[in-house]
Write a protein that binds this ligand. Structure first.
Ligand code: WAQ
Ligand code: MG
Length: 263
């Protein structure tokens, strides 16, 4: 199998990034669709597109996190519910507030902020951040996700949710991750999520207002060996081969945390 990765930017500004894991015969098609995507992004026209292709040997297969759809109908309610869920997951409120404030102020990073339980940032390169990389989903699992989303009238969000769910599943699977907070940096995409092994992928339709270019990701971590953690996040190939389903309802329309499921 081959990891095919695309990153596009303009000067120092990050525009888009995406990736696949494919068989040799699918490399060409994957490259073409990644390039089309780089050239038609709401964040603007890139002045460079990097494509890298490399063989991957061992691949970890994972079941996706289960998806929960929150019904929080506006930014205020969405943020409140997301913060409350992070607290339930054991993230100190100082860290939660710090994380929101960094994403709200928008540093336009390519990768994620890595934050420990003291609220300290651990990324060696604060502009770049940590990239979760080398991951994809099987056609079968993607179909299952697509079907479930359609049942909930969410078919139009399939591509965004698929990619975010694959990333969040990988992030949650790395030892030391307690939770992840994300919202998009695409100006017309307001959705975001909180994800963890305990709570699954909890989606909030609005974590920012339309037209806002600010977004990002925070990986909350506890007791990690920094280099090993980063290496696994960036290099270990992961394929999601099963979709765990969608929940609705519950408290704030969000996840009921599964107490049996150890983080
Ligand atoms: N690894 C770590 N951080 C990343 C990665 C990555 N592979 N890709 C993007 N980021 C960071 C980076 O700071 C981006 O600015 C930020 O995340 C947002 O990336 O409907 O579209 O690709 O349920 O804009 C979430 C909701 C959408 C999906 C997320 O993120 C849904 C999204 P974007
Ligand atoms: Mg984006």
């Amino acid at each position: 199998m081959y990891s095919v990765r695309m990153r596009a930017g303009n000067g120092t500004k990050h525009i888009s990034g995406a990736e696949r894991i494919v068989q040799e015969c699918d490399i060409k098609a994957a490259v073409q669709s990644l390039i089309e995507r780089a050239l038609s992004h709401d964040r603007g026209k890139p002045d460079f597109i990097n494509i890298s292709i490399e063989q991957v040997n061992s691949i970890k297969h994972l079941r996706s996190l289960p998806v929960t759809l929150s019904c929080a109908g506006n930014v205020g309610d969405g943020k409140k519910a997301a913060k409350s869920l992070l607290s339930q997951l054991g993230i100190p409120s100082l860290c939660v507030e710090e994380a929101f404030s960094i994403l709200e102020n928008g540093e336009s990073m390519r990768g994620a902020i890595l934050m420990n339980m003291e609220g300290e940032r651990l990324e060696p390169d604060k502009r770049r951040g940590i990239r979760a990389s080398r991951m994809d989903i099987t056609a079968h699992a993607a179909k299952e996700l697509e079907r479930s989303l359609a049942v909930h009238g969410m078919g139009e969000y399939f591509t965004h949710i698929k990619e975010a769910l694959v990333l969040a599943t990988k992030v949650a699977s790395v030892e030391g991750t307690v939770a992840e907070l994300c919202w998009s940096d695409d100006p017309f995409y307001t959705a975001g999520y909180v994800a963890s092994r305990k709570a699954g992928y909890v989606r909030f339709p609005h974590l920012k207002n339309e037209g806002d270019f600010r977004g990002g990701r925070v990986f909350f971590v506890n007791e990690i060996m920094l280099e090993d953690y980063i290496h696994e996040m960036e290099h270990r190939a992961v394929i999601v081969d099963e979709f765990a389903g969608i929940n609705t309802g519950g408290k704030y329309g969000t996840a009921v945390i599964d107490k049996k499921n150890k983080s």
